[in-house]
Ligand binder design. Structure first.
Ligand SMILES: [Zn+2]
Length: 168
């Protein structure tokens, strides 16, 4: 397995892996593997779960990361991803409709619109689903507010909660 080359397992992780490998294989697991072997795309739900577990794995090595702060501000990837999905299903459209699909900064209607969280998504978890903390912005105004500089012309798309609406 070439992708593991150079990767040093800690004793704890090695034990965990042995434990995992000795578990009886569930029907769901077998199905996932058979899908993988056929080269087919697993269903969306499975893909999300797989991506969550991949991210968790990277998260474990966080103590070597520059952003690691002794675990105090450890980012919860699975909650983040599930909240993103929930947000798209519940609040996103309400924000666009309330703002009449108009960017609240430049007044552009339609085009590439996104929902901006006034108090940030990452730092104000309790305000993620508060519609009063949300506003409609076009992609370039959203970029400018988020990064404090104009969006480069080379950037075609970025960010989350994306909605394309044709003028009219
Ligand atoms: Zn705008």
């Amino acid at each position: 397995m070439s992708y593991n080359r150079g990767y040093v397992f800690t004793d704890k992780r090695r034990k965990n892996i042995i434990k995992l490998n000795s578990k009886p294989k569930s029907a769901a697991w077998k199905k996932k593997i058979s899908i993988a072997h056929k080269g087919l795309k697993p269903p969306k739900e499975t893909r999300i779960k797989m991506s969550v577990s991949r991210r968790k794995r990277t998260d474990l090595s966080g103590d070597k990361s520059h952003f690691w702060k002794g675990g105090i501000s450890k980012f919860n990837y699975s909650k983040n991803l599930l909240d993103r999905i929930k947000f798209k299903k519940t609040i996103q459209r309400k924000v666009f409709e309330r703002d009449n699909y108009i960017c609240q900064v430049c007044g552009q209607r339609g085009g590439k619109l996104q929902v901006d969280h006034i108090q940030s998504w990452a730092n104000y978890i309790e305000l993620r689903f508060d519609i009063n903390n949300c506003r409609t912005l076009c992609m370039s105004c959203h970029y400018k507010i988020t990064f404090g500089k104009p969006m480069s012309k080379n950037i075609k798309t970025w960010g989350q909660n994306f909605k394309y609406l044709k003028e009219g």
